[in-house]
Write a protein that binds this ligand. Structure first.
Ligand SMILES: C[S@@+](CC[C@H](N)C(=O)[O-])C[C@H]1O[C@@H](n2cnc3c(N)ncnc32)[C@H](O)[C@@H]1O
Length: 195
C-alpha cells in the first residue's frame, strides 16, 4: 500500500493536496488559543500543509507518512517555513511503544478516509494508544457517500459509533468552509479520549 501512495506522489497525482492548510483548521486555530501548546500527532501527513501550520501555531508536531515523497515534501516545507517538526517515514500502525500516551492532540485530515474501512478499528486503537489521558482527536472527516476509494466514504453515524467506546464525542458537525470540491462532504470533529 505505501507503493500506491508513493507512486501518486512521484507522478504528481496528488489531487487531494490543498496546497495550503485546511480552511477549517485555520479558522479553528484563530479562536482555539488554548490549544497552541503541547504535542500533536499528524497521521498520513502527506506533503505537510497542515502539519507545518500546526508547528507555526507553537505546537510540537510529529508528522507521519509511509510515502517517502510525502515526508520529503514535508521536510522541504518545514525548512521553507523555518519550523522544526519530527518526521516519521513509517506505517502509522507500526509505531514503536515509546509513542504511547505522548500526545495531547491528534489532527485528522484525509488519513482516515485513505485507510481501508476494515482497518478503521486499528485507527481508533492508534488514536487511543498515542493520546495522553483526556487527549483530543480533532480535525476533518471526509463523510462523502460515494462507493469505492480511497478516499473511502463514511457516514457521521458510523464514525461516531466507531469512536464512542474510547472517546467522548464533543463536536461532530458539518463544515461550512470546505474547499468547493468537498462542500457538504466534511465534518469537523473534536473527540476526547475517555481516560
Ligand atoms: C489522501 S492523502 C492525505 C494527505 C494529507 N493528510 C493531506 O490532507 O494532504 C493520505 C496520506 O496518508 C498516507 N497513508 C495512508 N495510509 C497510511 C499508513 N497506514 N501509514 C502512514 N501513512 C499512510 C498516504 O501515504 C498519503 O500521504
Amino acid at each position: 500500500m505505501p507503493l500506491f501512495w508513493e507512486t501518486k506522489y512521484q507522478k504528481d497525482q496528488f489531487r487531494w493536496d490543498l496546497g495550503q492548510p485546511a480552511p477549517a483548521l485555520v479558522d479553528f486555530f484563530a479562536i482555539a488559543t488554548a490549544l497552541r501548546t503541547g504535542k500533536v500527532f499528524v497521521p498520513g501527513c502527506g506533503r505537510g500543509n497542515d502539519a507545518i501550520f500546526l508547528a507555526q501555531q507553537g505546537l510540537m508536531v510529529t508528522a507521519v507518512d509511509f510515502a517517502p515523497s510525502a515526508i520529503a515534501a514535508t521536510a522541504t516545507l518545514a525548512q521553507a517555513k523555518n519550523v522544526v517538526v519530527e518526521l516519521l517515514e513509517t506505517d502509522i500502525f507500526t509505531l514503536p511503544s515509546s509513542y504511547q500516551n505522548q500526545f495531547q492532540l491528534l489532527f485528522e485530515h484525509t488519513c482516515f478516509c485513505a485507510i481501508a474501512p476494515e482497518e478503521r478499528p486499528k485507527y481508533v486503537n492508534l488514536a487511543t494508544t498515542i493520546l495522553a489521558p483526556q487527549g483530543l482527536l480533532f480535525g476533518i472527516f471526509f463523510t462523502h457517500g460515494r462507493t469505492g476509494g480511497p478516499p473511502f466514504g463514511s457516514t457521521p453515524e458510523e464514525i461516531k459509533a466507531l469512536f464512542a467506546s474510547q472517546f467522548e464525542i464533543l463536536t461532530f458537525a458539518p463544515i461550512k468552509n470546505s474547499v468547493p470540491s468537498r462542500q457538504g462532504d466534511e465534518h469537523w470533529a473534536i473527540f476526547r479520549k475517555r481516560s
